[in-house]
Design a protein around this ligand. Structure first.
Ligand SMILES: [Zn+2]
Length: 346
């Protein structure tokens, strides 16, 4: 019996290979931590932390990214915990975990952007080797992680100023095979609100905006985005939902033993409408995330600094509040809320 057991173990190891990402090099059955070095250019160098958990048995490479927005803390903590608890001996395939892409945002507590160059770290893929720090970091991530992985999950959440309800994004790219795989991933992840992104080549989109999942899809890699947490918090409910979701996708991809039970009846959201502020002042929300609102309903108001109401915020569409401003600070052009309009099931 012993020789049979050894033969099985050895054949498994023979199929798996060492994986290197940046300075992290993990042999089969091992975990390794390191950094993806972003060299100095027109501004400072930076190091992106990375953890490679290489399963004892061969299988797919799943990349997990958080902290493109460095103050969406629940998603960052979820990946820190997952990377500590994932057991390479029990895994087939590998996890490439980048738990905090935007280190300067995290350290300086600046939401939405990289404070080094003022750019959003989830808009400018594939990046540029000779751009500013954000562009060089995205270029390094593209080369070191995106081009090496088979699947991607991008983790976000409500930022410091956002009160958010948990949800995922699934993209309709028009590539039926790719979309079927990512649809199964988002159902396995298990969040019960799923926003459909219209990412077909013919669909309009803002010029110059390419997110990490969109670029991954351009490279033919199934990818989804997931969001949980809000306003600087790291509640166990949000962290656990993100960890368990990732583990369910690993089961679905046969990286872990056991079955992933897909969410049975998710709420599909066909369109997400952003409301931005026309006023400066103090914001008072009148609804909470997950509330259903009808078109024309008042969802908040803004006063000036002596208490006079200067703006009434009305829902432009009927739907569910996906997030709403969490802080009193409100200036012109800021996001106030996102409302999701329900779609037929997909
Ligand atoms: Zn984000």
């Amino acid at each position: 019996m012993r020789s049979v057991y050894l033969a099985i173990v050895l054949s498994g190891i023979a199929g798996a290979q060492s994986i290197s990402v940046g300075t992290a090099v993990a042999a089969p059955g091992e975990r390794a931590a390191g950094v993806i070095a972003v060299p100095a250019g027109v501004d400072a160098a930076m190091d992106i932390p990375v953890i490679v958990i290489n399963g004892a048995k061969p299988g797919p490479k799943l990349a997990l990214l958080a902290g493109a927005h460095g103050t969406e803390y629940a998603s960052i903590i979820a990946l820190e915990k997952l990377a500590r608890t994932a057991d390479p001996a029990a895994m087939s395939g590998a996890l490439i975990v980048v738990p905090l892409l935007n280190v300067a945002s995290f350290l300086q507590k600046v939401p939405h952007i990289n404070p080094v160059d003022g750019k959003n770290m989830n808009r400018l893929y594939p990046g540029k080797p000779d751009g500013t720090q954000t562009e060089r970091a995205l270029w390094a991530f593209t080369k070191q992680v995106l081009e090496k992985c088979d699947y991607l999950i991008d983790f976000h959440g409500g930022d410091l100023d956002e009160n958010l309800r948990k949800y995922s994004y699934w993209a309709d790219t028009g590539n039926a095979k790719l979309d079927a795989v990512s649809r199964d991933m988002v159902l396995a992840f298990g969040l019960d609100h799923i926003i459909i992104q219209r990412n077909r080549p013919s669909d309009p989109r803002p010029a110059g905006v390419t997110t990490v999942t969109r670029h991954a899809q351009n490279l033919g890699k199934p990818s989804i985005t997931v969001e949980a947490g809000h306003a600087g918090t790291t509640d166990a409910e949000d962290v656990d939902a993100l960890m368990l979701g990732a583990m369910n996708v690993m089961r679905h991809l046969k990286m872990l033993p056991g079955d992933a039970i897909p969410i049975a009846h998710p709420l599909w959201i066909g369109r997400s409408t952003a409301i931005t502020s026309d006023c400066e002042g103090i914001f008072y929300p009148l609804v909470v995330p997950e509330a259903y609102v009808t078109q024309g309903m008042k969802i908040g108001y803004i006063t000036d600094y002596v208490g006079d109401k200067v703006c009434h915020i009305m829902a432009p569409v009927s739907g569910v509040i996906l997030y709403i401003g969490a802080l009193p600070s409100m200036k012109k052009g800021d996001n106030i809320a996102h409302i999701g309009e329900l779609a037929d099931s997909q």
